[in-house]
Design a protein around this ligand. Sequence first.
Ligand SMILES: Cc1cc2nc3c(=O)[nH]c(=O)nc-3n(C[C@H](O)[C@H](O)[C@H](O)COP(=O)(O)OP(=O)(O)OC[C@H]3O[C@@H](n4cnc5c(N)ncnc54)[C@H](O)[C@@H]3O)c2cc1C
Ligand code: SF4
Ligand code: SF4
Length: 508
Amino acid sequence: MLKEVELAIVGGGPAGLSAACEASAFGVDTWVFDEQSAPGGQLIKQIHKFFGSSAHMAGRRGIDIGDSLRKRAEAQGVHVCLNTVVFGYNDGNLAICDGRGVKEVKAERIIIATGASENVLRFPGWTLPGVMGAGAAQTMMNVHRVKPGRRVLMVGAGNVGLIVTYQMLQAGIDVVAVVEAKAEVGGYEVHAAKIRRAGVPVLTSHTIVKACGEESVESVVIARCGPDFKPIPGTERELKVDTVCLAVGLNPLTELTQLIGCRHEYDAALGGWIPSHDDRMETSVPGVYVAGDLTGIEEATVAMEEGRIAGISAAESLGKVSADKAAALRTEAIGRLTELRSCSFGRYGPGSGFKPTRAADKPGGEIDLSGGLGVIVECDQDIPCDPCEKACPTGAIKVGAPITNLPTVNQSLCTGCGSCVAACPGLAVFLVDTRKTEGDKADVTLPYEYLPVPEVGNEAAVVDRDGKTLGKGRIVRALASAKYDRTTLVTVRVDKAIALRVRGIARQ
Ligand SMILES: Cc1cc2nc3c(=O)[nH]c(=O)nc-3n(C[C@H](O)[C@H](O)[C@H](O)COP(=O)(O)OP(=O)(O)OC[C@H]3O[C@@H](n4cnc5c(N)ncnc54)[C@H](O)[C@@H]3O)c2cc1C
Ligand code: SF4
Ligand code: SF4
């Protein structure tokens, strides 16, 4: 059976759905095919709040961003076909299988947005049950509600390894360590900070040597490693774990673009082989466009912008939008893309990753509490992000342009409302308030995303940024509001002497 459509999009992740929203807004008959049972791609398991700007729904949780994109696409008449694998390409037609049978789709234009798959790492014991990709573990936890293990070693301290570790802690799983072969953490420091304060060691210049066990993983051996990533003899140690999660990079899913005959190029920094494309996202095969992680491993924010460009370009080539309007919209999207990619972690950035700019050894030391209030912002890298600024009703926090600026705080404008504490996706903002406390006490308000939420009136141990116990405090408030979107603002009363160093409450 042959189905004829104007635009076929393969992949219903942020790239494919954004492309569908753009193209359908210009009246293009748009069909999205995705093999999963729910649209959103990687977003269906991203329960954390995202970075970016309001154009990328920053500050909202990935799961909700995917849902918004799907609703907008469907409201604009996009046909979203789930449980539908696109497995072939013959004579210009896509071959699809939707569980009821195989069909061919003849599309005037095609956008491929198939995303990426996880890399693996080989070591003795890597085939034992219990060794799995971090993304697979995340799917088990957040989509299927199954704990992948009880005691886990995470291999890789990029954003995926750090985020999945945090989500494992939220699920009540014990992560014994994160090992990273490089000398520095590869992901955002704010993600690393969340797990350090929860007491999980992030061991840089360390690697996994082997996984041991008869029928499944019972332990692992890790060791220090040098710049060549080879274990240094004599530094081995054994850790009792039942699960090893591999977060060692992603690799663009190019099978379809290869089948279609698009030209590809190799770029190790972007994840390997990627389809070559122009600034309209059109490949070497006319009428075939690409977007998202398929064109290089980046972020959902980037995937959405690339999807927009591909959707606009496909609509333009179908004659649904004028060349001038399409060019203007593309220029806007390319401007936002350039801004996103210009941070240290981005495609155009220096690639240095960590860029400390504040006195790391004096946490909160620069804050003057004489006015009774102090906002501590532990966000020291030029990541593209601004929900703290958008949440502040008084303009006390500023990011400005470009969006990779570090946030600055005008303490004199702060009213202590706490909105920035709840809005920050990096959980990197803390509020110290001495206005209602007497003597040597201060109230510290923290973002809290574990269950159970500490009870008001209870005593709790408070920890510093490394998870070390600083002392005890009393919970005086636990504020959950719809506008905080499942982040609870917990206020703990502590000795003023430690208030500026408190970064967390020991989990119960
Ligand atoms: C743990 C983790 C945390 C992340 N956190 C963030 C974050 O905080 N902020 C951020 O901006 N980004 C984050 N990302 C990255 C972000 O999720 C990806 O960059 C983004 O999802 C890429 O979008 P995409 O549409 O290109 O691909 P995907 O989201 O992977 O979607 C591709 C879709 O295509 C489908 N598909 C593939 N092949 C076929 C086929 N042949 N037939 C039919 N369907 C097919 C797939 O099943 C999938 O549904 C994170 C990623 C991970 C893994
Ligand atoms: S506590 Fe409120 S007023 Fe103060 S910086 Fe944060 S958002 Fe602005
Ligand atoms: S402090 Fe601001 S810029 Fe930094 S992670 Fe939080 S919201 Fe983003």
